[in-house]
Design a protein around this ligand. Sequence first.
Ligand code: DON
Length: 578
Amino acid sequence: MLNIRSGKTSRLACAVLLGTLAITHFAKADDRTPGVTHASVVTAEGSNGMVVTQDAAAARIGVDVLQRGGNAVDAAVAVGFALAVSYPRAGNIGGGGFMVIHLADGKDTAIDYRETAPAAIDAESFLDAEGNADPHKSRDSALAIGVPGTVAGLALAERKYGSGRFTLADLIAPAAAMARDGVALSENITDGPPNILARLARWPSSAKIFLKADGSALSAGERLVQTDLADTLATIARDGPAAFYDGLIAQKLAAAVQAAGGVMTADDVKNYRAVERSPVRGSYRGYDIIAMPPPSSGGIELIEMLNILEGYDLARDDAAQTLYLAIEAMKRAYADRALFLGDPDKVQNPVARLTSKDYAARWRATIDSEHATPASAVRAGDAIDPEGRNTTHFSIVDRFGNAVANTYTLNFAYGVGLVADGTGVLLNNELDDFAAKPKAPNAYGLIGFAANEPGPGKRPLSSMTPTIVLKDGKPFLVTGSPGGSRITTTVLQVIVNVVDRGMSIGEAVASPRVHNQWVPDQVFAEPALAPDIIAALQARGDKVVPQRPFTSAESIMVTPEGFVGAADPRSAGAAVGF
Ligand code: DON
C-alpha cells in the first residue's frame, strides 16, 4: 500500500488526487522535546521502499521504479531527471550536485557532479574595475554559469550502481513524458519573490516557458509544458549522456551562454566529467557518518561539528545548552571551511586532520560552556599545529539495503534564469560559490580565501551535505537539505535531534533550527524557536537574529518496524513509501 503525504497539510488534496491511502503522524510540541515547532510534519511509512523529495510527482516516479524491482540508485536517477521537469526552480539538468550512496554489500561511495568553471574563468573574473568583488557578475550574469554536471552524474550513478533492470532511457522516460505532456502547476513552481520573475524575464527563451505573455507568473492549476526540454531528455535517452556533452545540445548551451555575455564554450562542455569519490567518514556515538567530501564542505564540517559535540553529554543537557554547544561547534567548523577547503582536484584539503577526533578535542578545549566565543576570537586552524528551497534534496531507501542521499542545485531558484534556447535547459549561477575575492561574502554570506578562488576548470566549494548515517553497517538515517550555508548545520541538528535528543524523525526534522557560520557573528534562529531557548542563548552571549526558515530536510529513518520518511514542513514535499 502506498502512503503518500505531502509536507504541508494544504497539500492533502494532492495526495488525494493521487488516489492513495495515507497514514499520518503529526509531530507536535511536547514536554520531552522543548522547542519543537507547532507546524506539523507529515511522515509516511513503508517496509519495501521510501522516497522523500520536495515534489510529489517526482516521488511517485521514484516509488514506481522501486516497485518495479529497481534499487535506490535507479529510483534516484529517475527522481533526478523528474525534478528537472516538475520542480524546475532547483531540480535540473543545467546545474550540478552530489549523490552519496550506501550499497547493500557494504560499499559506500559518492558521485561528484558539481559544475566546473569554464576554462576562461580566472581569479579576476568576478571583480569590478576597482578590483572589488562584483556580485552582479557572479550571481546575475552569464559569467556565473558553471558547466552542468547533472546528466553526467546521474548517468555515472546508473551505469555503476543501478540494478541493471533499467536502462538510462527507461529512467529518463517518465521525466520526458512529463515535460512533453506538461505538469500541473503547484505553488512549488508558481510561488516565489517577484525578483525571480524579473530574472527569468531577462531572456525571451526563459520567459516563453516560465512566464505568461504579459510577463506575469504562471498560475497554480495551469500546465507547464516544456517541449524543448522533452526533446533534450529524449535525445539523452536515445543517444546517452554524450549527446548532452558533445554535439548539438552542447553547442546550443555554449551559444546561449556566450550570447548572454558568458564565456562557456562547447569544449568546456565536452571536457566535463563527473567524478566518483570516497565519501568522508566519521563516527558519532557508535553511528557511522557517510558524507560528501570536497568539493562539498558539508561532510567535513558535519563530522568536525559532530566530533566536537561528542565530548558533551547532550542527552543530559537541556535543549538550550545543546543548541548553544552546537553553535560553538558551528563557528569553529565554518571558520575552517573558509580557510582550508576548495576543489580537491586543484587544492589540498586537510580532510584527515579536520575530521579527526584529536582536532575536535582541541577545538572543544576552546569552548566555554557558559560564555559564547566571539567569532572574531575563532581563527581557522587554531586547533591545528602550524599548518533554502533553491536547491533540492531527496532521500531514498530500498528493500535490498541500498540508500541514496542526493542534493543538487542551480544555486539560486531557476539558477541565473537563462534557458539555453532550443534546449529547454535552465542554467545555473553556481560560480558565485567561489570566493570572488578573499573575505568578500557570497550570496549566503560565506567568505573564503585562496583555496576557493575562481579558476579554470575548478569546482566551486559547496555546502550541500547529502548524508547517510549507518548503524551496525546498515542505513539508519538518510538526510540532507537545500539552504546554502544553512545546509550543513541543518543536517547536524537532524542527527543530534535523533541521536541525542531521542526524537522521532518527524520531530527531528520539524524542530526549529539555529545557524551560525562564523561570519557574520550571529545566530540565525527560526521564528518557531522557543523564547526561553533564545533567552538562554542570549544569556551566554550569542547574538540571536530571527530569520525565516529556508532549509528543508527531506529525511528517512530506518526503524525496527520499517522505513519512516519525513517531508520537512518548511516546504511542500512528499514522503512516499510502500
Ligand atoms: O552548493 C551550494 O552550497 C549552494 N550553491 C547551494 C544553494 C542552495 O542551497 C540554495 N537553496 N536554498
